[in-house]
Design a protein around this ligand. Structure first.
Ligand SMILES: [Zn+2]
Ligand SMILES: [Zn+2]
Length: 420
């Protein structure tokens, strides 16, 4: 029999109770901040027709070419677990006619994505992203606002992050630039690595992704897109920067920052952290005005970003990670069956009034129950024994300072509330 309990599938894992508070902290913070910026959540399906991603991401990308979880389902349809969410969000936006009436639509998502990547530390095949998409505007202030929101989330979590931006041009200026790039690459073809030689022909922009040492001197001398933008793109880019300046956001213009996905135009950005070594990208995003048409929709000006949740959680400072944990306000220690029943009743009552209560089902000694209460970090322990039952008066102990006193049932909730 296959061993079902020693390992998850490679690249997948369980997020366990001891880490979940950090995940929830990030998710709650994201929801709050995105809400402040007028974004609402959308939950698209995790499984989609393969064609949506093949077209939306581009069949010559690594994602579509090598990394997708694609299979034929029972209806003989080719389906894929989403490798990213933008194509799905745009599909849902068009399908539900959210573009009707014009104006901007702001959506965000939180959830798992799937890519069959090479095994690498810190890389998961089921990984989690938080992302946002603003559809229906090409105003440069929308670009700046989204960047501000993404940085705001990271800063609120105590994560130090740096912004890199670029403009990757548009359908007018980019083909011209790529021709120029290709001509330049041809001159040095013999000196380039195998990947770069292939890229020079198929997808010249990707040459900038090359990490091979011997290619770098040539890559450094290549013409940059930033100096070859058309008037509209140049103007858009300078306005994005002006809005960022006004928001007091510090950034580096990195002309070699080109996004891996084909549909990106104009603004491209990356948020990096110095604390992760070479693999330091925390978030990436940009404008993708061409995507809707690629999917068969009308032109839609749009921009989005996605943030890797797995890496962000790893980076959270210690003091941030403990904040989300909810400790029981009251631990109910009970001795004997009648006391156990009473404890269940009191807990039920207090929970209805909004309090968090915990009780042990193992019917251990008072000592072992106190030990458990301490381990859980409970704030107070209510002691219920035969004596207390008979009198209707209970002992309560505050664990922080071991202060102990008597309390009536009616006063417990009030006391707990006063401590919140
Ligand atoms: Zn342009
Ligand atoms: Zn190379």
């Amino acid at each position: 029999m296959e061993d079902l309990i020693s390992n998850n599938l490679p690249g997948t894992r369980d997020i366990l109770p001891e880490e979940i508070d950090r995940w929830q902290l990030v998710e709650e913070r994201a929801r709050r901040i995105f809400d402040q910026y007028g974004f609402t959540e959308i939950r698209t399906s995790i499984i989609e027709p393969t064609e949506l991603f093949a077209r939306g991401i581009g069949s010559d990308t690594d994602i579509v070419g090598k990394e997708m979880y694609t299979f034929i389902d029972q209806s003989k349809r080719s389906v894929t677990l989403r490798p990213e969410a933008t194509a799905s969000v745009v599909r849902a936006y068009l399908q539900n006619a959210m573009n009707r009436g014009g104006g901007i639509t702001k959506l965000y998502y939180i959830g798992p994505m799937f890519r069959h990547e090479k095994k690498q530390k810190g890389r998961w095949r089921q990984f989690y992203q938080i992302g946002a998409e603003a559809l229906g505007s090409n105003h440069p202030a929308v670009d700046a606002e989204m960047i501000e929101m993404a940085l705001g989330l990271l800063h609120s979590l105590g994560v130090k992050a740096k912004l890199l931006i670029n403009s990757v041009g548009c359908g007018q200026c980019r083909p011209r630039y790529i021709e120029m790039l290709r001509a330049e690459l041809k001159v040095h073809l013999a000196d380039l690595c195998e990947d770069c030689r292939r890229r020079a022909e198929t997808n010249s922009l990707r040459v900038f992704d090359c990490k091979v040492e011997s290619c770098q001197p040539f890559i450094e001398k290549l013409p940059v897109i930033t100096e070859n933008l058309c008037t509209e793109c140049a103007e858009h880019f300078s306005k994005v920067q002006a809005y960022l300046n006004e928001a007091g956001i510090v950034y580096d213009v990195v002309p070699r920052l080109v996004r891996g996905l084909d549909y990106y135009i104009r603004t491209a950005f990356e948020i990096v952290s110095g604390e992760l070594g070479a693999q330091n990208a925390l978030a990436g995003g940009g404008r993708y005005d061409g995507l809707s048409e690629v999917l068969g929709g009308p032109p839609v000006q749009a921009l989005g970003f996605a943030l890797g949740l797995d890496r962000l959680v790893m980076l959270l400072p210690e003091e941030q990670s403990a904040k989300g944990r909810r400790k029981p306000e009251l631990f109910l220690a009970h001795m004997g069956e009648p006391a156990f029943k009473k404890a269940l009743e009191i807990a039920r009552d207090l929970r209805r009034q909004g309090h968090s209560c915990y009780l042990d089902f193992a019917a251990g000694t008072l000592k072992s129950q106190m030990r458990l209460a301490n381990k859980l970090g409970a704030e107070n322990v209510l002691i219920i024994g035969d004596n207390e039952l008979a009198r209707g008066i209970y002992s309560i102990k505050r664990l922080k300072d071991s202060c102990q006193w008597e309390i009536g049932l009616a006063e417990i909730s009030e006391y707990l509330k006063s401590r919140k």
